[in-house]
Design a protein around this ligand. Sequence first.
Ligand SMILES: [Zn+2]
Length: 271
Amino acid sequence: MARRTKQQSSEEPGGHSQLTLQVVDHVRALIASGALHPGDRLPPERELARELKISRSSLRAGIGFLSAMGVLKSRHGAGTFVSSGPPALDSSSLSVLGALHGFLPWQMFEARLVIEASVASLAAERATDEHIAELAEEVAEMYAALADPHEYLIHDVRFHRTIARASGNPILAALMETISANLYDGRRLTVENTQDLKQSAEMHREIYRAIRSHNPPQAKLSMEQHLNLARMAQAAESNTPQTLTDTPADPAAGHTALATPSPGRPATRPS
Ligand SMILES: [Zn+2]
């Protein structure tokens, strides 16, 4: 039970997610200010870690998120670069609009729900075998990352991006990307606090199956269920006084969501 063979990736107890967010904000700020341009290489890891006063593993977690969101691209042996490739709307413009016009989180969420449910439906119509294979892989990676919320979220984000691509409509995909990026902070918290990543993985698998069997209404429905559940989890978590850390809380205390397989320690790989 007390096996600890898996790497202990977070050296900063209690601060990991905060630090990850710090990296994300820092890199976003560098891009927004024009200090980094598309195609530019990121400063060396060691340098960035020192600048931000964080460990390299935290830095990597942040870079992993930004890569999953398509902001950064790692090239083997060459370093990490700011993406210059696919069209994406500037997600900060939504934040600015939101600040100006008082967009509310539920409105942002509703927009995501409307767009992404339709995107899933289109994906079920148009997904190629390649898209379907990619989705299968991301679902498998989610199951493999049940004990690692940070890693899990990376595959979660990739799963949704693949569906966006599979929809065959780059405009809808870009809109979705923009909104998702804005909901990123909330999702990060949600996944951090989720007691049952396994249930989440199962919902992704249902979406995947509907797309694989080219069943648009089912894909739409499954996506709606997934997003609504995520919203409920988020709302529940916002009542939690403090941010939970990598160590799951005692399931007996407070969270009645759905029991975690083993108290105190996340499940190992599912069979
Ligand atoms: Zn998801």
